[in-house]
Write a protein that binds this ligand. Structure first.
Ligand code: MRU
Length: 349
């Protein structure tokens, strides 16, 4: 039997510091055809990388923005000054790069807090860069650890021989570690369980077909790519044991914003009595959103849909799945189950 391959090969490629303090990242728009690495040095570079989805996935855009802030601060510090005005402006621009994944705003708030504190005691730009870099590294390291913890929870819910359907990409390419939805699958695979993945294509940008199928194949996990409209008939034939997706933001009542099409899968799963799970680190929970109605949904360019010229295009990047469709949430603090109003808050105690 072929030895189990590991997702760590992909994890190591996703993002890195360069020796001169800028950010080297894998351009996800070029996968799976080619592995192209790019560098972000300025705030413009990082904002552009996040907007164009070269760096994408909720946890990774938080990590990438924090690292990109450090890269730009390193350049700014060479000019001899690093002011609170510069920091505020840079953080505001990075926070605005994409609206739905709360991990981005959460990471920027953390960077701002340490930056402001440091500026109270030092005006030495090199020291400030050091403080920012340490916080960016902590955000990354904590995410990697949370992914592992989510993986342990997911693994417990994935029986030997299971077929798991997933949507979009919530794997190593979307995080600082082994992913969220894919983490349980990787852990199960490492433990020698026979797990098979059905990866929904995920229109219009095909993160499932391009990215999830690529990274699972790299790690030696059996994966079958299907177009989105195949999900219903596969469920009806009894070929799906559970559905697991990631999320960009989870509201205090358990409503889940994730890649467009997730809600449809959750409705289908319920209709076929298949458990629908969501996998997230705590950084994806936004207690300031009482429900999914409060979550801003990103609208993207009509060009992504490739419709006939002259047609109007409606291209929301995300949808909201009401909590009543969510069987359970795999988190770094264990399995969270309904009633979510109580259980979600309890993992912050
Ligand atoms: O538009 P994307 O590719 O950034 O969307 C990503 C998703 O919807 C993921 O499921 C979500 O961010 C969770 S990633 C662990």
């Amino acid at each position: 039997m072929e030895p189990n391959r590991s997702p760590d090969v992909v994890v190591a490629k996703v993002i890195a510091w360069t020796p001169d303090g800028s950010v080297r990242y894998l351009d996800q728009t070029r996968l799976p055809r080619e592995e192209v690495f790019r560098e972000a040095r300025s705030i413009d570079d990082t904002v552009e990388a996040i907007r164009t989805l070269r760096i994408r996935g909720a946890p990774l855009i938080g990590i990438g923005a924090a690292m990109g802030l450090v890269a730009a601060a390193t350049l700014e510090a060479r000019g001899g000054r690093l002011t609170s005005e510069w920091l505020d402006n840079a953080i505001a621009r990075l926070t605005d790069a994409r609206p739905t994944a709360v991990n981005l705003a959460w990471a920027m708030q953390r960077m701002r807090r340490v930056g402001v504190e440091a500026l109270e005691t030092t005006s030495d730009p090199a020291r400030l860069v050091g403080v920012l870099r340490a916080e960016a590294q902590r955000i990354w390291d904590e995410d990697a650890a949370m992914c592992r913890a989510i993986g342990q929870v997911g693994n417990r819910l994935i029986p030997d021989g299971a077929t798991v359907m997933t949507h979009c990409n919530a794997g190593a390419l979307a995080t600082g570690g082994i992913g969220t939805a894919l983490a349980g699958i990787y852990v199960a695979h490492e433990l020698g369980k026979r797990v098979r993945v059905l990866s929904c294509e995920t229109r219009p940008l095909r993160q499932g077909a391009r990215l999830t199928a690529w990274e699972l194949s790299c790690a030696g996990v059996p994966v079958t790519s299907v177009v989105d409209s195949v999900a219903a008939s596969l469920m009806r034939k009894g070929e799906v044991d559970l559905v697991v997706t990631g999320a960009d933001r989870v509201a205090a009542n358990g409503d889940v914003a994730n890649k467009i099409g997730t809600y449809g899968l959750a409705v289908l799963a319920k209709a076929h009595a298949i458990p629908f799970y969501v996998a997230i680190p705590r950084s994806t929970i936004d207690l300031s959103c009482a429900s999914g109605d409060d979550i801003p949904i990103e609208q993207r360019s009509a060009d992504e849909v490739d419709a006939a010229p002259g047609a109007d295009v409606y291209n929301p990047a995300f949808d909201v799945t009401p909590a009543s469709y969510v069987h359970g949430i795999f988190t770094d603090r264990g399995l969270v189950e309904p009633p979510y109003e109580k259980t979600i808050r309890s993992i912050f105690d």
